[in-house]
Design a protein around this ligand. Structure first.
Ligand SMILES: Cc1ncc(C[n+]2csc(CCOP(=O)(O)OP(=O)(O)O)c2C)c(N)n1
Ligand code: SF4
Ligand SMILES: [Mg+2]
Length: 284
């Protein structure tokens, strides 16, 4: 029999040192995109630390999540991490950053968490230019609770709460982030792992409120109600993605027929909340 090159069971995974192995197996379903995005995030953190730039130090990275399948990330990462209440990841993250400016605070959470129950926190943290990085896993629905409609669900899509189709229009997340004042805004899919890793690295290095939307399949609750088999969603990402760095944020509606624009749309410099606060209230 031909010898097959199988990985040795004892062999370590390159991200092992950033995973709480005692929490494995994880809860994510086969075909779910969250794990891949989580891996890109951990890779970007490791890369930032390896460069030694900006004083990056693993002990100073913090991950905050809300509730949802995506929100489980904070429980799996071997960093200081906070699995907070639904919709409140950004207020927790803001508090951490204001209390200790040396921390690199990453929010990793879902579209429902960040833009429905937590939508208000998102726009105000961006407006204030709080120096944190927010990564949103956008699977177009509330995955964890069975597939209800979200603020990101496309018009006409079927969910448990919109069985005849969604009558509402979704938010364009990059447009919302831009309009609210974010200094860095990008969108990728979970298929674009290399671009995503580079983008997370850039966002972590950016001073100010940085935001990345990552489209991700939820085959179990969204895909099967919308006649999308797991691999078909990935095929759609591959065939419909158009990389257009610098695209006008007003042109970023997700249109599965015409195409999904990906890339980096905003990368600007402006004073952070703490810098503006110091100018007014701290006397040297
Ligand atoms: C205050 C409160 N309201 C509602 C819920 C129920 N709930 C848990 S997760 C969730 C939605 C999660 O959706 P999303 O953030 O998109 O995460 P996903 O599971 O899709 O990754 C909801 C409504 C809750 N836990 N707490
Ligand atoms: S329910 Fe959906 S989002 Fe949640 S783990 Fe399963 S596939 Fe992923
Ligand atoms: Mg979701």
């Amino acid at each position: 029999m031909a010898s097959v090159n199988r990985p040795n069971k004892q062999q370590n995974h390159p991200l092992d040192d950033l995973i709480r192995k005692d929490r494995i197996p994880h809860i994510w379903c086969p075909g779910c995109g969250i794990g891949t995005i989580f891996a890109s995030c951990l890779t970007a953190i490791k890369e930032c630390v390896a460069t030694g730039k900006n004083g990056f130090d693993l002990d100073k990275f913090v991950m905050v999540s809300g509730i949802g399948c995506s929100g489980r990330a904070a429980g799996y990462v071997k960093l200081d991490s906070f699995h907070t209440t639904h919709g409140r990841a950004i207020p927790f993250a803001t508090g951490l950053k204001l209390a200790n400016r040396d921390l690199n605070v990453i929010v990793f959470s879902g579209d429902g968490d960040l833009f429905a129950i937590g939508g208000n926190h998102f726009i105000h943290a961006a407006r204030r230019n709080i120096n944190i990085t927010v990564i949103c896993v956008n699977n177009l629905n509330y995955g964890m609770t069975g597939g209800q409609v979200a603020a990101t669900t496309p018009y006409n899509a079927k969910t448990t709460t919109t069985p005849a189709g969604n009558a509402e229009n979704p938010f364009s997340l990059p447009l919302l982030a831009y309009a609210s004042g974010a200094t860095y805004v990008a969108r990728w899919t979970m298929l674009h792992t290399r671009d995503l890793t580079v983008s997370i690295n850039e966002a972590l290095s950016k001073k100010g409120f940085s935001f990345i939307e990552v489209l991700s399949p939820c085959p179990v609750n969204y895909g099967r109600r919308n006649k999308e088999k797991p691999l078909e969603t990935l095929k759609l990402y591959q065939e419909k993605s158009i990389i257009k760095n610098g695209a006008d944020p007003s042109e970023l509606d997700i249109d599965m027929e015409k195409g999904i624009i990906l890339g980096k749309f905003v990368d600007i410099d402006k004073p952070t909340h703490s810098e503006k606060y110091d100018k007014l209230y701290r006397i040297e």
